[in-house]
Design a protein around this ligand. Structure first.
Ligand SMILES: [Zn+2]
Length: 88
């Protein structure tokens, strides 16, 4: 017999309309919510801006200090050198 999964609101136990994923830092949490509780959760929220991964944002924040100076430093020094050694 086929089983049917019924989402139940994690707050009140009523049939849930949505499963939401909440991201807090690196943790992603999942919660099933009925319509009233979903509305409660999304009240005061805004759309996340897409197209800006976290890594890029962090790098951009670091770069903010003195871009010209750091460019000069990395020019002749920190370039990764290809020093590949034969595996065998
Ligand atoms: Zn609910």
């Amino acid at each position: 017999m086929a089983e049917k999964t019924i989402l139940v609101c994690d707050v009140c136990g009523e049939p849930a309309g949505q499963r939401v994923t909440i991201r807090i830092g690196r943790r992603a949490l999942v919660k099933d919510l009925c319509d009233p509780h979903l509305a409660e959760l999304t009240d005061g929220t805004r759309l996340a801006k897409r197209g800006r991964p976290r890594a890029v944002g962090a790098a951009a924040g670091r770069r903010k200090s003195t871009p010209a100076a750091s460019d000069r430093q990395t020019r002749g020094r920190k370039r990764p050198r290809k020093r590949e050694q034969p595996a065998a």
